[in-house]
Structure formats: structure tokens, C-alpha cells
Design a protein around this ligand. Structure first.
Ligand code: HPA
Length: 268
């Protein structure tokens, strides 16, 4: 844990109170509404030196610490992506701060393209596993043996079971699938989508995987849910764009919010 992370955690505790955080949530494109519903303290990323500027439109750059369904949470209203500055470890400091605040678990959300005909725009997908199609790794340069992180059950089976149960209780379908990380910021070609389909991917997106690796490195249990905003390149006639992603994300966001609330309501 860096000194900087301990200092930032102290700053957060000073503003939001000293009670330990239990669960962290990172909100993807167009999914920021949940942060506004937390009873707690919003701290702009700009007040947290070293936090990303979250320059992608559709992201809400506050860290909100407070209560959601009776659980003390830290909600990250925006993330830094590899494609912004070429740094796969761009989210390391925020996740170190989350760990320093006492968190046990991290739930990641993202917008993604679907490769599965049975999962369409507006649907949710729980990540059972991922493919690091970028070949990049946020732990390159880490000097300790802790860098050799086992990734066999990286997407925590217990958290996944709890998320599936929460979805079922809400009547929201939550199929599981494999997410492939593509660096972006350009979208994939149809040939790339056919290639990763052959490799076993069910969804594709530009985030999440480096955060899963960092979370496991830090000893946080982690799970991730995609909101499908489009069929991946070449799989439908609709045009793929960031505007489309932002416009479609709210379709799944309301369902995602219900699932996350039900999950937190039963979090032990
Ligand atoms: N590809 C990559 N990232 C995405 C997509 C996609 O089709 N949709 C939303 N985020």
C-alpha cells in the first residue's frame, strides 16, 4: 500500500467519517445515477490528488462514501481507462484507497458490446471470467512476489452467487459470460469480434479487466456486471458509437441498480 493511498484514505475519513467501508462500487459509462442516491459525502476526484480526471463523458467524477441499503459503501463515479493515457494501472491508487478504507469487496460495472444473440441491448451480464485480449497488465513493474496473482477464480464465486440471487429476487435475468478486454478507444472490427468469439468471449469492452487484476492483487473479493449497450461490431446493423453507448446504458442501468440494491441489502 502506498503512503499516498494511506494519506488519501485519511482525507476521505476526515470528510466522510471513520466507519470502515465494506463494499466498493465502480460505475461505468451512463451508470452514474446510483452515486447520487447514496446517503453520504461526495468528494470530487479533483480533491483527491492522483485520482483520475475521469475525462470520458458519461462519467461522474466523485467518490461518494456513505450508506446504501444499510451497507457502508464507497462509490467511484468514474474510472480511468487504459486508452486515456496508456497506463493499465490508472486505477491502482483509487483501489488502494478503497482497500485502506477497509473494503472487503469490489463490484465493477461497465458498458459492453454483446457477442451472444441471447443477450441484447439493455440486458445485463455477470462476468464469470475474462480474457485479457489486450495483453496489457497493471502489475508490470511491480517488484514484489505479490505480483504473481492467481487468477483461477478471480471473479469471486460467492459474490457471483449473491448477485445471481439478488437478480432472481428482482426478476432481472442475469446470465453469466466471459468478458474480453479490448484496449480501445477505437471500437473493434468485425474480424476482431469473430476472433474473440472463437476464443470464448461473450461480451467485449474497454475496462474492468485491469481493475479485476488490481483488486485481486490487493486482496479484495471482486465481481463485475456488464450492461449491454449494443451488439458487437458486425453482429447487427446498428451503428456503434460512444453516443450510442451513453444513450443505451440507462436501459440497463435501472435494472442494474435494483440488482445492486438487493445484493447490498443481503450483504453479510
Ligand atoms: N466494444 C467495446 N466497448 C464497448 C462496446 C463495444 O461494442 N459497447 C460498449 N462498450
Amino acid at each position: 500500500m502506498s503512503r499516498n493511498a494511506e494519506d488519501l484514505a485519511a482525507l476521505v475519513r476526515g470528510r466522510a467519517g471513520a466507519a470502515p467501508v465494506r463494499v466498493g462500487l465502480i460505475l461505468g459509462s451512463g451508470l452514474g445515477h446510483l452515486a447520487e442516491t447514496v446517503a453520504g459525502t461526495a468528494i470530487p476526484y479533483g480533491d483527491l490528488p492522483g485520482f483520475p480526471h475521469a475525462g470520458v463523458s458519461g462519467h461522474n467524477p466523485n467518490l461518494v462514501v456513505g450508506d446504501l441499503e444499510g451497507v457502508r459503501v464507497a462509490v467511484f463515479g468514474g474510472r480511468a481507462h487504459y486508452y486515456e493515457k496508456g497506463d493499465p494501472a490508472a486505477m491502482r491508487l483509487p483501489l488502494e484507497v478503497l482497500k485502506a478504507l477497509g473494503a472487503e469487496a469490489l463490484i465493477l460495472t461497465n458498458a459492453a458490446g454483446s457477442l451472444r444473440p441471447d443477450i441484447g441491448p439493455g440486458d445485463l451480464m455477470l462476468l464469470s471470467d475474462h480474457i485479457n485480449f489486450s495483453g496489457l497488465n497493471p502489475l508490470i513493474g511491480e517488484a514484489t512476489d505479490a505480483r504473481f496473482v492467481p487468477m483461477t477464480a478471480a471473479h469471486d464465486p460467492g459474490l457471483r452467487a449473491a448477485l445471481r440471487a439478488a437478480a432472481e429476487a428482482c426478476g432481472v435475468p442475469l446470465p453469466e459470460g466471459v468478458y474480453a478486454w479490448y484496449s480501445g478507444p477505437s471500437f473493434e472490427t468485425p474480424a476482431e469480434i469473430r476472433a474473440i468469439r472463437t476464443l470464448g468471449a461473450d461480451a467485449v469492452g474497454m475496462s474492468t479487466v485491469p481493475e479485476v487484476i488490481l483488486a485481486r492483487f490487493l486482496g479484495l473479493r471482486v465481481a463485475a456486471v456488464s450492461t449491454v449497450t449494443n451488439m458487437a461490431a458486425g453482429l447487427s446493423d446498428e451503428k456503434i458509437s460512444h453516443e450510442h453507448t451513453k444513450a443505451m446504458a440507462p436501459l440497463g442501468a435501472a435494472k442494474l441498480e435494483r440488482v445492486l440494491r438487493a445484493f447490498l441489502g443481503n450483504f453479510r
